[in-house]
Design a protein around this ligand. Structure first.
Ligand code: DHB
Length: 533
């Protein structure tokens, strides 16, 4: 433990640091910050949490007020928001009150308790210089947090049977995994090694999932299916802008084809009463979502278009009704004749004329096609390949590394697709093909690697049944302007959760990029609803 960094808690018992609670006048809340949540911390700067509590639930430093009420909640009944800060699968410190992404105000105002936590990540090293944050360390840390909180529940206001996990992107993946793998035995040895309280539970009541980067085994395939029409990628955290070489273009086509096969193998059920065309589901008709062989037809394609149309409809109806923070007319919005009045998040949707591909009849928005939407609105962000990259240099390559290999390929299906191109690309490309083929195929049959990948994919646990204590409620929100992964990744997650009998509320949020994509207040409204307020 690196004592010199922070020294709030000397033991794992929160009652020993009662005196460290302090009141923050600006936010009107009690705070306990920088708590180390495991004595076996290997990256102690990051394995910490902070607790923020509405004023009403505490009389003085660490003394819980059992009578205090806020918005109908008490110290015994208040929901507990568990905000992870996982991004890019990297090690992350926990969020603090005044940081822009913290959003503490919205939770405290509604009477919720907020816990923010940090985690190890793909680049974490221990004191001996060994990697200590590869998959599934990030998730194990978050489960360790939950067990730590429950061990110390006597000293923390809030109902720790009502933990609502919140996370975005890689953190959205973690929030999904927390929701679906509660108490699962697969993680017990890792938890023990991490110094977690083994007698406590790590399940959560609900999961809020923003822009989840999940199903990494198929994310590269899905990306090429979605962005097939766009041969240029923009400059982003995934690398510089570029135009596809003929080799990458051919590889993209192969991966798209493989995605169609994969998608169709999932046999995703079209949720009853939620058909893309609004009609009653007829027995046997389009009950199973499919992609046509061109990738731009079939009930699966139409279902995604329905989600996008609904997303635009929600936005335009609210714009027309004047209930958004922005107030320009729908006509001006469609004509690209407006300026954003609220600060836009990074990579916000561009202000452009949309009338060629987006129509509005006063009650319903319609997008002409997915390719029109991509070429005119949300262009390709990542190159081909996008997650398990040819250069083996992505965050995903790093989080699945091990031992003396900080980065590793993890998707041999890309290797197989490259193998199919060998004849098509003689000369300079055959060398390129050969090199990449060998590198990707090294991942095939590596059981330990397969395990690390499987432990990080919630789709593997959705049907875990009695093996896990799943969350009762899932809410997924994804920006319709998000191109960090294919929109079908979250769509598939939502459908698979629903098919396994989980309660899931899923929507795309128009014009929002890869972020906490939501309308103001709606996350808190959902928390109140599921917590019976
Ligand atoms: C994140 C974004 C990505 O594009 C990705 O591939 C992985 C993680 C993130 O923002 O956490």
């Amino acid at each position: 433990m690196k004592e010199e960094i922070h020294v709030t808690n000397k033991t794992m018992e929160l009652q020993d640091c009662k005196g460290d609670w302090f009141f923050n006048e600006k936010h009107g809340c009690w705070c306990l910050e920088d708590i180390l949540y495991t004595e076996k911390a290997l990256a102690s700067e990051f394995q910490r949490l902070s607790i923020y509590v509405p004023a009403e639930y505490m009389k003085e430093k660490g003394e819980i007020d059992r009578e205090g009420r806020r918005k109908g909640y008490t110290a015994a009944t208040a929901p507990v928001i568990l905000q992870n800060n996982s991004a890019g699968y990297m090690q992350m410190p926990h969020l603090r009150l005044d940081e822009p992404r913290c959003n503490a105000g919205q939770y405290l105002d509604r009477g919720f308790v907020l816990v923010t936590c940090g985690n190890r990540g793909s680049e974490s090293v221990d004191e001996k210089g060994n990697w200590c944050g590869k998959s599934p360390a990030n998730l194990v840390d978050l489960k360790t947090v939950i067990r730590f909180l429950r061990h110390n529940m006597a000293g923390i206001p809030g109902d720790l049977n009502r933990i609502i996990s919140v996370g975005t992107s890689a953190g959205g993946a973690m929030s999904t995994l927390l929701g679906i793998t509660g108490n699962h035995k697969d993680f017990l040895p890792y938890l023990e090694e991490n110094g977690a309280f083994m007698e406590e539970r790590d399940d959560v009541f609900a999961s809020q999932i923003y822009c989840p980067i999940v199903d990494l085994e198929h994310a590269d395939l899905a990306y090429e299916w979605m962005f097939a029409a766009d041969k240029e990628n923009e400059s982003s955290h995934a690398g510089p802008a570029g135009v596809m070489t003929p080799f990458r273009e051919a590889l993209s086509a192969k991966l798209k084809e493989r995605y169609i096969t994969y998608f169709n193998s999932l046999n995703l059920v079209n949720p009853v009463g939620n058909r893309w065309d609004g009609a009653e589901a007829e027995a046997g008709l389009d009950e199973i979502l499919r992609l046509g062989s061109d990738g731009r037809s079939g009930s699966g394609y139409e279902y995604l278009m329905k989600l996008l149309n609904e997303s635009a409809t929600t936005y335009l109806s609210r714009l027309e009704a004047g209930t958004l923070e922005e107030s320009f007319s729908v006509e001006d919005y469609l004509a690209g004749n407006y300026e954003h009045q609220v600060p836009a998040p990074m990579m916000a949707a561009p202000v452009k004329d949309k009338r060629k591909w987006l129509s509005w009849d006063g009650s319903r928005a319609v997008i002409t096609s997915l390719d029109d939407y991509i070429l005119n609105y949300r262009r390709r962000m990542k190159p081909c390949t996008s997650f398990d990259t040819l250069g083996m240099d992505s965050g995903e390559n790093r989080v699945f590394g091990d031992g003396d290999k900080p980065f590793m390929h993890f998707n041999p299906e890309i290797g197989e697709a490259i193998g199919e191109l060998a004849e098509e690309f003689p000369g300079e490309f055959s060398e390129e093909c050969g090199k990449y083929y060998e590198a990707y195929m090294a991942a095939k049959g590596d059981k330990k690697l397969e395990r690390r990948v499987a432990l990080f994919n919630p789709l593997n646990y959705i049907e875990a049944g009695d093996s896990a204590d799943a969350a009762r409620h899932f809410r997924i929100r994804v920006g319709a302007y998000d191109a960090d992964t294919s929109l079908t990744i979250s769509m598939t997650l939502a459908l698979k959760l629903a098919m396994a009998g989980h309660e899931v509320d899923y929507a795309l949020v128009w014009d929002k990029p890869h972020c906490d994509a939501d309308y103001p207040g709606e996350l808190c409204d959902w928390v109140e609803k599921i917590c019976g307020q």
